[in-house]
Design a protein. Structure first.
Length: 255
């Protein structure tokens, strides 16, 4: 496939994809996404980050029609919440007990705020008791968890019934079972009335693999992991060389 000419819905990861290694979005990327929207296509961020963990400048960016956050747990489209799944308080309390006892940091990423055990991350409010989500932070919406290092067998046994677990170089992620980047895509397509054959996915990480498999045209970043590169239809430049913008210009903009 060299160029898609029908109305498209494009789903883009953030870390290692839209964001450079310096945490910035290039002018070429922004211009290309604005051009994509100007020709009538839809552009969605599709990230494992919770909504509250997405930089405000990107949440408010004029080059997105919406955001799928928390690995499909939260969806915003046209400035309104389309869908929200949250971790129940008893499960949050169980996770608190687990990490308060084992000494590893754990972050609870939410819709409005983020929370953390044993972390000095200024983006997070402190969790100091297993009852904090029952009392101190009662009623908050938590979309996912992020944990220090590799998940131990004890952690896996406790978390596996409730979360899909993903391992990265220095941390692990837990996404609500039943939610994923793919279920987020499916909900957006239903809301828009668009067929899967008109979808594009752009990503770099192992948790982007399903997005590239379940969109019609999968684009891997030049810095993508081997698993993602293997399943992609094409490979663009890396995130430090405007790989998103160059792929959009090459394959998706009408000439």
């Amino acid at each position: 496939m060299h160029q898609m000419n029908s109305r498209k819905v494009v789903f883009i990861d953030i870390d290692g994809t839209l964001l450079s290694s310096r945490g910035t979005v290039s002018e070429q990327d922004m211009a290309a996404l604005r051009a994509l929207r100007a020709q009538g296509d839809k552009v969605f961020l599709n990230t494992g980050r919770s909504y509250a963990y997405i930089p405000e400048g990107i949440r408010r960016a004029d080059y997105f029609d919406g955001i799928i956050a928390g690995g499909g747990a939260y969806i915003m489209m046209d400035g309104k919440t389309l869908y929200s799944a949250t971790i129940p308080e008893p499960i949050l309390s169980m996770v608190c007990r687990l990490y308060l006892s084992n000494g590893k940091w754990c972050k609870f990423e939410g819709v409005d705020n983020n929370y953390a055990i044993y972390s000095d991350d200024r983006a997070c409010k402190p969790v100091e008791s297993a009852d904090d989500f029952k009392n101190r932070y009662a009623g908050v919406q938590v979309s996912k968890i992020t944990m220090q290092g590799e998940v131990s067998e004890e952690e896996r046994k406790a978390l596996h019934p409730y979360f899909y677990l993903y391992r990265h170089a220095y941390y692990s992620e837990g996404f609500i079972r039943g939610e994923s980047k793919t279920t987020g895509i499916e909900q957006v397509l239903r809301a828009l009335g668009v067929d899967k054959k008109n979808t594009v996915g752009i990503g770099d990480s192992i948790n982007d693999a399903e997005m590239l498999i379940n969109t019609e045209f999968g684009i891997a970043m030049g810095n993508a992991c081997p698993e993602v590169r293997q399943i992609a239809d094409v490979i663009t430049e890396d995130c430090d060389h405007s790989g998103v913008g160059k792929a959009v210009e090459r394959y998706l903009l009408h000439r």
